[in-house]
Write a protein that binds this ligand. Sequence first.
Ligand SMILES: [Zn+2]
Length: 777
Amino acid sequence: MSKPRAIEILNEVFGYPAFRGSQEEIVGTLAAGQSLLVLMPTGGGKSLCYQIPALMRDGVAVVVSPLIALMNDQVANLRTAGVHCAAVHSGTPPEETRQIAEDIATGRLKLLYVSPERLVTERFLRFLDHTAVSLFAIDEAHCVSQWGHDFRPEYRRLGLLAGRYPDIPRIALTATADAETRADIKHYLRLENAPEFVAGFDRPNIYYQVVEKNGGKKQLLQFVKRQNGESGIVYCLSRKKADDTAAFLNENGIAAAAYHAGMSMAEREAAQHRFTHEDGLVIAATVAFGMGIDKPDVRFVAHLDMPQSIEHFYQESGRAGRDGLPAESWLCYGLNDYALLRERIQTGGSGEFQKQIELQKLDAMFAVCETSECRRAALLRHFGETIPPCGHCDNCLHPPVRQDATENVRKLLSCIYRAGQRFGAGYITNILRGKADQWIRDNRHEQLSTYGIGANLSDKEWRGIIRQCIGLGYLETDPQHYHALRLTEAAVPVLKGSQTVLLRPPKREKGAERSPKETWLRTEREERLWQALRQWRQTLARAEEIPAYMICGDATLRDLVRKQPHTTDRLHDIYGLGEAKIRRFGAQILAVCQNAAAEGRPSENPAEPFSDGLETPAPAHPRRRELEAALQQWRQQRANEENAAPHTVCPDDSIADLAAFPPAEAGDLATVYGLGSTRTAKYGTEILALCRPFADGLTPEAQRRRRLVRRLTAWCAATAAAENEETFRILSKNTLRALAAKQPHTPEALAAVYGMNEDKTTRYGKAVLEIIRQEAV
Ligand SMILES: [Zn+2]
């Protein structure tokens, strides 16, 4: 068996056409056995950097990951791609652990995800001593540093791998890379001499805009409406707010779902599944959402509240536009967010040193919100990169006007000082504006010389000035004393009159709201074609049961709209359309383009282009829902008994699949998504008992499809055994199912099926066609 090349794995297993940026070099370096440190922003394709070498090298790759959710996501993704992998953590049942050990011993398992705590136990290390390990990957390596935003002390012990396994290459990966963190990673993980790969942190396709909060939800709605039904993420500070925001968006006609740690695992998985599979869904989430989400066509990320650090902001906003197409980051912030976050940090469980770091990080975030300079430059400076003004962020496109506000700032500082630095923004504003409420009278503050000297400005204007003074470092808030405003050292020269202060006048959101993205869809005709193509892609994706972006990326659709091809020949000029895709989709794409182009006929019938017999998705059958509910109930019960997460008992994808095609016999279980041999051995009988009554209700056509999948699966396993190959490298599960759905009878039709490239058609085409022919008889 020849060793697969990196590019083949990228194409065949992961379905990406080409490496991005420094990926290829990193993969090559690690595959050749060299240790390295990789700093790559979210969305840069970090995981592939070790997953591909893991499949190229002999033995099992041990991947250290800090969160169980993160491990489960990665494992689920890899399994969908047909890779043998597993995670061991506190939620893994003992039988499964034994099975995993067995799979490692026989060399079947290619990747093993573990927590840092488990890896450094003597017991686990002794196990590794006798195991062929291909590489160690240490994900989220910034956890090693107190400067990182997720310090995990046990990460520091991972340095022992260098001494104990000097010949096994190690890769440390992170998306956070300020200078202190980077130095800590190299030191503690003993990578001092390892090459460092820094992928640029700039995300030039993201348009950054920051607006001052003024009825946040309404501002959000306006922003989301401008996105023309694209999918995106809205981050909120609390669970309740995530729920409220999802409900609010739904009420206003925007399909939205909530996601936060207060929901059950099943609910969260359902939301995540909808997000990756539905076009145009908006997720309103807490920071719990996003780790391990690999959706390239997220068009916007909105922050309804201010994030607690630039690292958080960059990681979250970086989930937009991973496909390199224009995307937007929108951040709405107010003074209350800042005060609330300060309070959270102060009252949180961290040690004093850690709190100081967190407060500094919060101040840095606030300063980015308040800045009048280029947002991108301000963000990148934080990661140690210097760039000239970018020319396409809100501040570059609409430079904020700044005015001499020294007089007002002095009034404010003086008022805070005279009132004893014990009061919050609202109270101080009331004194300045000359409002005599009972509290002010009780404190005799109506007698202060600053009482009423700011009556010419509104509450809102004063709040703007206070916020900017905090951003500029003249003021700070004291969370232990009701967010009282206090002067800093920097305020002294201003008070003394030796320094002028330039501030933005209030109300500047208007200008910042126009995004440059709107310019590319200009004519009605282009918009019509864009929508028609998206609809076509969605229908096809559902029929083939794969995410839409796997059919065609947004970049391809956009190029189609721009060039509006009319002949197959012209399709070759379209970005992202290779020979195989043109063969499969060419005729359909041309039909969509023609229909949309026909004057005044905005494709009334979206199913029309599918004259090749592709089915349109039927609404979920009541019996299907009934089975789904029964399976979920069973899973919950099992999870409770085993004290495990429901996901570990049976993934959501498997349940959806079981409900759609209920298995009738044991062999059918092998074709179910994500179920795997371990679960099948453990739960197969119970699952079959639940499903069998529903299996008989299938239509004759569905029954035929199922028989076909069975035969194809059996053939695939036999071929894999004969060729001494992994099964997924013969034909993936997705391909087997696509074959059963389309039942091609000619080599041409066969070549058009998902996953059947030229090589596969040449090697296996005859056998596959023969099986389909026999089944048809
Ligand atoms: Zn800029």
